[in-house]
Design a protein around this ligand. Structure first.
Ligand SMILES: [Zn+2]
Length: 363
């Protein structure tokens, strides 16, 4: 069974207003789920709009992350108040929590991404973390959300850092899917890989203009937010699990195990993982193109002010056995690193990361 996309998608300016009649037909007493202070104003608007349509609405906030503690709390609120649906309005953690809780209770989920930082508004997947943001596991869900509202006016209110993060996460699709899945003899998988190539090309062309060109009449901005929030999800939907992740996400998951005072966004960490994946390909697979890709990506990542090394993420790998810990988690049995078409051992990861962190990378 494969769930390729949300059942209904509204996108563009005022997509929320256009979606309202459909939402009212579908649900009568939703719980609106969110997290950050930044999005409280938008969530209040969503609340008021639904209330004025005579829906029985309530709202709740995640205290920590997409973690079992928050999931249990929100589940209890929904059961105690007889809510018939979840409207998840926020970034990836909120969207993933909403989808997961809705699946547990067998009720519909409406996703309303409030930034372009991930494609979580689209996918049939939730990433579960600890309260402190350490990755635990991916959970495949039975289906994508019932309804996705991708309102450009909402996305405009997000800090530009979230878009830069979304670009890094979406760029990884091509590098991860092409290396893991190019030998799979399945037309849909091959087509998904090709979509991720076009997606990467668009981001290389439009990414910088999207960040620096403002919102008004900026087709680069529109194309980029939709690439990050929609197309990246479509690639995962069509291509399935192996089209989603490889070393870049495996390294992301490992880096989150090190708790730091400053929180970094998912795509910011994935971007660093992507550069390291390309280094691994160069070393273990004699991929001569990998070095060119690194140089090309570094230009864009610097323009977008994205971190490019683990030390940029506030972690010294040469302290507290951090390098060992990251290599251990990257190479654990269930890690996506093993989707690579060549064998990877802990010592390879240690070597690549140590070299990468020691060198001052020159563009
Ligand atoms: Zn990701």
């Amino acid at each position: 069974m494969q769930s390729i996309s949300p059942e209904i998608i509204f996108r563009g300016n005022n997509a929320w207003e256009k979606a309202l009649p459909q939402i009212i037909k579908l649900i009568k007493s939703p719980l609106i789920l969110g997290r950050s202070l930044y999005t409280r104003k938008l969530r209040s608007k969503i609340f008021r709009d639904l209330k004025s349509q005579k829906l029985k609405v309530n709202s709740a906030e995640l205290q920590f992350d997409c973690c079992y503690e928050d999931i249990a709390n929100v589940k209890k609120i929904i059961i105690n108040n007889n809510h018939d649906s979840v409207i998840a309005a926020g970034g990836g953690k909120v969207l993933d929590s909403g989808k997961y809780i809705a699946e547990l209770l067998d009720i519909p989920c409406v996703t309303v991404p409030l930034s372009a930082s991930t494609c979580a508004g689209w996918t049939a997947l939730s990433n579960i973390y600890t309260k402190n943001g350490q990755f635990i596991k991916d959970v495949s869900l039975r289906s994508c959300p019932k309804l996705l509202v991708y309102d450009h006016k909402f996305i405009q209110t997000a800090p530009s850092r979230t878009l830069a993060s979304g670009i890094a996460d979406a760029l990884a699709k091509w590098y991860e899917s092409s290396i893991t899945s190019s030998t799979i003899d399945d037309g849909l998988v091959q087509q998904a890989i090709q979509i991720s190539r076009v997606l990467r090309d668009q981001l290389l062309i439009d990414g910088e203009k999207a960040i620096n060109g403002g919102f008004e009449n900026n087709s680069s901005w529109r194309n980029t937010i939709e690439a990050c929030g929609l197309t990246a999800g479509l690639v995962g939907g069509i291509g399935g699990e192996k089209c989603r992740t490889a070393a870049a996400h495996a390294i992301h998951n490992a880096i989150t195990q090190i708790i730091t005072p400053n929180k970094f966004l998912h795509g910011e960490i994935v971007g660093v993982g992507l550069l390291l994946q390309l280094k691994i390909e160069e070393m273990k697979n004699s991929n001569k193109l990998a070095d060119q890709s690194i140089k090309q990506l570094l230009v864009l990542m610097k323009e977008l002010n994205l971190p490019t090394t683990i030390s940029d993420l506030g972690i010294n790998v040469f302290e507290n056995q951090n390098l060992e810990k990251i290599a251990d988690f990257t190479c654990r049995d269930q890690s996506e690193i093993h989707f690579l078409p060549f064998e990877i051992q802990k010592k390879d990861i240690i070597e690549v990361i140590a070299n990468f962190e020691q060198q001052k990378i020159k563009i």
